[in-house]
Ligand binder design. Structure first.
Ligand code: PGA
Length: 265
């Protein structure tokens, strides 16, 4: 049985290399203000978990701002901290890397693993990502393993094969008794404005859910990512096995980020 409940939709923002510590603080304060003025916010936050993954240099600002808001009972207190990436080891001679111990110290719980930009630009292999899933789970963090096919692979009818091997290789050492989330992000839909069709998403999520059952990870939440916006999120959110979203561009503005959650109620 999955450790992370599928009862709530996970609305995860991936800010990539954007937003300084100051801009991070402003986003959170604006989120709090807009949420306060949103009539249905209680209903939205009953249904959704709000996760944001800022760049590592903004983690501290994120945590400080959210903590200050939660002590004053502001709705900004619902925001949860995640990392876009952490190194596989906790500490040591690894120049330039980010430690998950720091994320934990700042109360961050979530870590993206194997986002397509990490796989392509930073050459992270399935073997390396498998080690990350294992070490983050053991550290009691929630790895979000990102998988997805390229356009060439889709056109070559290799989508299922790619998803299957990315899941099998990535989860080789994972534990079904520890937290885990999977994100399906077709590479051709990331940052392109080309959102996958309802049929494509439905098919891929069902396939992933079945693979997860075979691997012993039944009921693991599966997020969809790739050009998600407030005007397509309702339709996507209604697809079976879509348990939330991983959002790039549209997570950078409060209104579009919150709008995605709002579309689901
Ligand atoms: P996008 O990015 O929403 O801008 O397509 C998604 C992602 O990279 O996770």
């Amino acid at each position: 049985m999955a450790v992370i409940s599928r009862d709530k939709k996970i609305i995860a923002g991936n800010w990539k290399l954007n937003k300084s510590p100051k801009e991070t603080q402003s986003f959170i304060e604006e989120f709090a203000k807009i949420a306060q003025a949103t009539k249905d916010f209680q209903k939205i936050s009953d249904l959704c978990r709000f996760v944001i993954c800022p760049q590592a240099s903004s983690w501290e600002s994120f945590q400080r701002t959210v903590k200050a808001l939660s002590t004053s009972n502001s709705p900004g207190g619902v925001l949860e901290l995640g990392a876009q990436n952490c190194f596989v080891e906790a500490q040591g001679a690894f120049t330039g890397e980010n430690s998950y111990l720091v994320l934990k110290e700042l109360s961050g719980q979530w870590v993206l693993v194997g986002h397509s930009e990490r796989r392509t630009l930073f050459r992270e292999t399935d073997e390396f990502l498998c080690r990350k899933v294992d070490s983050f789970q053991k550290a009691n963090l929630i790895p979000i393993l990102c998988i997805g096919e390229t356009l060439g692979e889709r056109e070559g009818e290799q989508t299922e094969e790619v998803l299957q091997h990315q899941l099998r290789d990535g989860l080789k050492n994972a534990s079904e008794d520890l937290p885990l989330v999977v994100a399906y992000e077709p590479v051709w839909a990331i940052g392109t404005g080309k959102v996958a069709t309802v049929n494509q998403v439905a098919h891929a999520h069902k396939f992933i859910a079945n693979e997860l059952i075979k691997l012993g990870f039944a009921d693991t939440p599966i997020l969809y990512g790739g050009s998600v916006k407030a005007d397509n999120s309702k339709e996507l959110g209604n697809i079976p096995y879509v348990d939330g979203f991983l959002i790039g561009g549209a997570s950078l503005q409060v209104t579009s980020y919150l709008g995605i959650a709002q579309s689901l109620i």
